[in-house]
Design a protein around this ligand. Structure first.
Ligand code: GLA
Length: 355
């Protein structure tokens, strides 16, 4: 009952927004530039939400359903239901699909690193499991998923280190990154393969990511692009930082995908979970204006580098729900999208489409 009322509410919301809609969907304005994508779950592909997505976007990413753990929660037991639904929806509606993500230190499924006694498996066993996972998943969607985030977030947060201390690195060694790309390429030689990371425009992190990517290129590892997650904010990155990052990565012959775009109204404080006493989460006109200016600048840069920026994907469709409502600070509302809580275009939308 509660669920169906909620669905009815959402349906009304999205259909009201559809009626009040602008002359064209977002993707139409960018048809001579790049596909405009959105991260989805299976509920977003029903009713009015599905119409909203089809109207505005022409590329899909699974928000969670193609990650390792959700796909293979136990060894050899693959749960295809949700991932299949997303791919079927895309095929039926002529949308592209970016696959996300084949190898990540989070949401990997606890079983993959350990034996039946809970002890770390050997390098050989883990490589074998990684190969099996990647081959099974990539082959299933061969010809339907045109690009994959092969390795997600391998660079450490600590500027003194290159790769983070994940189980992948601990058990396999640093070459787990190249192995993942090789397995993906074996499974679908036509798929475009990406390394994907956050804060990938912060000057010191650009250099560390560049070091990793250059190593891969120098070894002729099949990698075709750099994914900028683009969990950005009204504070960063600057135009200079963004342009520098794009130039640096593309100097290696890689293309750029913007893979998880949102523009938070707060500073990024990864370690903070609690709201401060009296901390407001009001979306003031000044914050909205700062966000509009950032969105305008970001898309201006994307268009300027359209020969290299070949896809732009948003992480949540509207301000009604966003992962940033509960992360990193619990219970603090955020407003990071181009569409407001009623799924209506915000001023930032109009700046992005009027160029
Ligand atoms: C990272 C991952 C995404 C998602 C977000 C949080 O950016 O790449 O898959 O989990 O965190 O929503």
């Amino acid at each position: 009952m509660i669920t169906s009322l909620k669905n009815l509410g959402l349906a009304l919301l999205f259909s009201a927004a559809a009626q009040a809609q602008e002359a064209k969907g977002l993707k139409e304005y960018y048809k001579d530039y790049f596909p405009i994508g959105i991260a989805v779950n299976t509920r977003s592909l029903e009713g009015a939400q599905a119409d909203f997505i089809k109207y505005n976007f022409n590329s899909l990413t699974a928000e969670n359903d193609m990650k390792m753990g959700p796909l293979q929660s136990r060894e050899g037991v693959f749960n295809w239901t949700n991932a299949d639904k997303i791919v079927d929806f895309a095929v039926k509606n002529n949308l592209k699909v970016r696959g996300h993500a084949l190898c990540w230190h989070e949401q990997a499924g606890d079983w993959i690193f350990v034996d039946k006694d809970g002890k770390n498996v050997s390098r050989e066993v883990l490589l074998d499991r990684l190969r099996t996972h990647i081959h099974t998943v990539v082959k299933r969607y061969k010809g339907k998923i045109y690009a994959w985030d092969v390795v997600n977030e391998a660079i450490d947060d600590d500027p003194n280190n290159l790769l983070r201390n994940s189980k992948w690195k601990e058990i396999i060694g640093e070459d787990f990154v190249e192995k993942a790309f090789e397995y993906a390429h074996e499974a679908d030689p036509n798929a475009k393969l990406f390394y994907n990371d956050y804060n990938s425009e912060r000057p010191e992190k650009v250099e560390r990511i560049y070091t990793l990517l250059k190593r891969l290129k120098d070894k002729n590892i099949p990698i075709h692009g750099m994914g900028l997650q683009a969990h950005w904010s009204i504070f960063e990155p600057s135009r200079e930082e963004l342009e520098y990052a794009i130039k640096r990565y593309t100097s290696l012959g890689l293309e750029i995908h913007i893979t998880e775009l949102d523009v938070s109204i707060y500073k990024w404080e990864k370690e903070r979970r609690k709201r401060l006493p009296g901390e407001s989460d009001e979306y003031t006109p000044a914050l909205q204006q700062a966000q509009t200016d950032k969105y305008e600048m970001f898309f201006d840069v994307f268009r300027k580098y359209k020969d290299y920026v070949t896809s732009v994907t948003f992480w949540n469709a509207t301000d009604k729900y966003t992962w940033l409502d509960h992360y990193p600070v619990e219970g603090r509302k955020n407003y990071p999208s181009l569409f407001d809580i009623n799924a209506k275009p915000k001023p930032a939308f109009w700046k992005v489409v009027n160029f």
